[in-house]
Unconditional design. Structure first.
Length: 278
């Protein structure tokens, strides 16, 4: 290539132009990061990082859904626990009344009145067992199985059983009428039924309490996992705003100086051509 061709092509100006394009790209990139707060704004910015971040984001959504599932399970169990607690309180009251009827310090009419009260209490047990429900599903009047998705790959199965008077095998108490008499001779038959029923109810409460505690621990573990997953996602995706601002300022200065150098290179080429032409 001749010297004249070199002059006409203005190699210095072309090199400065190429450098200016690179600087402009850097300015645009840092401006975008500052505007979005993201280090990665497209797959081209960091393909591997974007892949990892997308997986982390998906995992966090799954963890949130599992957390919500556990909350629903605890709500259901809380309703069942409330119903069982009421039944236990009623059975305790029935036991107290049986102890009262067993004392010979009261007469037949008082004992019949106590029997009438016990009849109403037993009816209330049946009512609570029938009315305790969650989202339209009865919890305490039949054997019901619930399956909760409490892990990404595993499920928790929980079953409730019937707690009405018949299911609690309170045969004698269920047969009481307003004219029945509980006295010092037969009271143990009734009291033993109440004790057995209460043991069944307390066993159900214990199982519920253990599972609720287990779910509470799982909730805490999921919250920790969510925080760690979000932190990992943030480290990959989020921009360091202070550093981005610093880099933007640096490249803006370079942009200004490179633009000035481009103008100077063009003027130099024109001056040489003017000398040759003159």
């Amino acid at each position: 290539m001749s010297d004249a061709n070199r002059i006409r092509s203005n190699i210095q100006a072309l090199n400065v132009m190429q450098a200016l394009r690179r600087v402009n790209n850097q300015v645009g990139m840092h401006q975008l990061r500052l505007a979005t707060g993201r280090r990665i704004n497209s797959a081209g910015d960091d393909p591997a990082g974007l892949t990892i971040a997308t997986k982390l984001q998906s995992r966090n959504k799954i963890l949130q859904q599992i957390f919500d599932n556990i909350g629903e399970a605890k709500n259901l169990m809380g309703v069942a626990e409330g119903g069982l607690s009421q039944i236990n309180d009623i059975l305790t009251e029935v036991g107290v009344k049986i102890e009262r009827a067993a004392s010979d310090g009261i007469g037949t009419s008082e004992r019949q009145a106590i029997s009438a009260q016990i009849v109403q209490l037993i009816n209330e047990v049946d009512s609570i067992a029938d009315e305790t429900e969650f989202n339209g599903t009865k919890l305490l009047n039949a054997t019901t199985t619930f399956t909760f998705q409490t892990n990404e790959r595993n499920q928790t199965v929980f079953s409730t059983v019937a707690y009405d008077a018949a299911s609690l095998q309170m045969t004698q108490l269920n047969a009481l009428t307003d004219t029945s008499v509980i006295n010092s001779t037969n009271y143990l038959t009734y009291l033993n039924e109440v004790d057995a029923a209460r043991n069944t109810v307390l066993g159900g409460l214990s199982d519920l309490g253990s599972l609720i505690n287990r779910f509470s621990l799982k909730e805490e573990a999921i919250q920790v996992a969510q925080i760690n997953t979000e932190a990992a996602y943030s480290r990959i995706m989020d921009a360091d705003l202070a550093m981005e601002q610093l880099n933007l300022t640096k490249f803006q200065i370079l942009q200004q100086s490179t633009t000035a150098m481009l103008a100077q290179s063009n003027l130099s080429g024109q001056a040489v051509l003017a000398l040759i032409g003159g």
